[in-house]
Design a protein around this ligand. Structure first.
Ligand code: ARG
Length: 459
């Protein structure tokens, strides 16, 4: 027969296998320190309100501190046969203190207890993930600063489109990560309310002081409604959402990297440490880390979908289904952290091949838009300028030429007498970059301003 701490009116206990099915200890063990912090705040308030005697409260607080230290040092192991972390800690307390231990749960339910534990845990862990994102942004921006003039093709439809710089591309990635960080921190600001005192769903007849408990746990205020407090998992949805969006970003960046690492592109040379060999093909250097980070996006989207599906049919207020929230939520946060910690050094140690990037700017007629805009500056309506430039590209293709620069001025003038020798300067990739100096654009000084703005947003 299984270990059940409080069976209430029930006389029969579940079989061991059924009990194991119910148990969440393997997942919620990581909430141990938060569970103890919540209990200590609750007990301090109970004694303040005259609900339990001072002597018992002192003994409980001492013992909870001891249990926290023993768990941290490994002297006390969490019993994997316990039902959950809440019953394990209350069980140890009661085993050690007898009746004093039996006082701690007055005015409380595991429903508000698990809700406060989760919020305390997230208040600790989410800033750590925000910091991982900030550090990743900093790495990208530092590499970007070294490549303000490294010209490369920008792509649409994965076809060469217009020249950009590597700095512009890396700053584009960073802009997404900066929003990711804000999303995590935004979710944190909304979950910063204390659910303790909500009880099972309808508070309690005992004269608890919810404000005092909230304050002592570092929450600015208690939650508004006790039924919402035990039913609400919006914070899990928001964070799994933030994690899924982050994973989607990292997946797209890794897709770029995987393409760049091909022999055909050759834009990036990943460090050997961040590549893998093949068990059969001796020559291989595969971008497995980038592929795995891309693959984790599937799992992260799965975590979000799991949580949404878990919640959508639940009647108010608490249902045991909610116990299933933790695995997906913890995995979403763990995976966010793990992927960022792989992505960052992979970028920091990569070698970007300027020669290959620059060479790729020739041969794809990336200068065609610049030719059209040159004609616009000379007074031609854009739609006509677009047609002239298209005709010039057709002429090049027919003549087997790979760049508009290969046309003579006479060739060009046969299509428009607005062409002059200054065109050849305008269509050099470096000039194409410099001339795109609008805010947001790829010109070195424009990217420098973007880098400064993103750093400002990172605080
Ligand atoms: N392990 C449970 C959970 O994570 C704790 C709450 C149990 N509450 C209950 N009424 N059975 O949700």
């Amino acid at each position: 027969m299984a270990q059940v701490l409080w069976s209430g009116r029930l006389e029969e206990k579940p079989e061991a296998e059924a009990f194991a099915f119910e148990s969440s200890i393997s997942v919620d063990s990581r909430l141990a320190q938060e569970d103890i912090a919540g209990s200590r705040a609750h007990v301090a308030m109970l004694v303040e309100r005259g609900i339990i005697p001072a002597e018992a409260a002192r003994a409980i607080d001492e013992e909870l501190k001891r249990i926290a230290a023993e768990l941290a040092s490994g002297k006390l192991a969490i019993d994997q046969n316990a039902e959950d972390i809440h019953s394990f800690i209350e069980g140890v307390l009661t085993e050690r203190l007898g009746d004093a231990g039996r006082m701690v749960h007055a005015g409380r339910s595991r429903n508000d207890q698990v809700a406060v534990d989760l919020r305390l845990y997230l208040k600790r862990v989410v800033p750590e993930i925000a910091e991982e994102i900030r550090a990743t942004c900093e790495t990208l921006l530092t590499v970007a600063e070294q490549h303000l003039e490294t010209v490369m093709p920008g792509y649409t439809h994965l076809q060469r489109a217009q020249p950009v710089s590597l700095a512009h591309h890396l700053t584009a990635w960073t802009a997404g990560l900066v929003r990711d960080r804000e999303r995590f921190l935004d979710a944190l600001s909304r979950l910063d309310e204390c659910p303790l005192g909500s009880g099972a769903l309808a508070t309690t007849t005992l004269a608890l002081d919810r404000e005092a408990v909230a304050r002592s746990l570092g929450f600015p205020q208690p939650t508004v409604n006790s039924m919402d407090s035990v039913a609400d998992r919006d914070f899990a949805l928001e964070l799994a959402g933030a994690a899924a969006i982050l994973a989607t970003h990292l997946s797209r960046f890794c897709e770029d990297i995987i393409i760049w690492a091909t022999e055909e592109f050759g834009f990036i040379d990943l460090a050997e440490q961040w590549s893998t060999g093949s068990s059969i093909m001796p020559q291989k250097k595969n971008p497995d880390f980038a592929e795995l980070i891309r693959g984790k996006a599937g799992r992260q989207i799965g975590n979000l979908v799991s949580l949404l599906t878990l919640l959508k049919g639940l009647p108010y207020a608490y249902d045991r289904d909610l116990q299933e929230d933790k695995e997906a939520l913890f995995d979403a946060l763990d995976t966010s952290r793990a992927t960022l910690r792989m992505f960052r050094p992979m970028i920091a140690t990569a070698r970007f091949r300027k020669d290959r990037m620059e060479a790729a700017c020739f041969g794809g007629f990336l200068e065609a838009t610049d030719v059209a805009e040159y004609l616009v500056r000379k007074g031609l309506p854009f739609r006509k300028a677009h047609e002239v430039a298209a005709q010039v590209v057709r002429d090049c293709v027919a003549a087997g030429q790979r760049s508009i620069a290969e046309r003579t001025l006479a060739d060009l003038r046969s299509r428009s007498d607005l062409f002059d020798a200054d065109l050849y300067e305008v269509i050099r990739p470096a000039a194409a970059l410099r001339n795109r100096s609008r805010s947001g654009g790829p010109a070195p000084q424009a990217v420098t301003a973007q880098i400064a703005e993103l750093r400002r947003r990172l605080g």
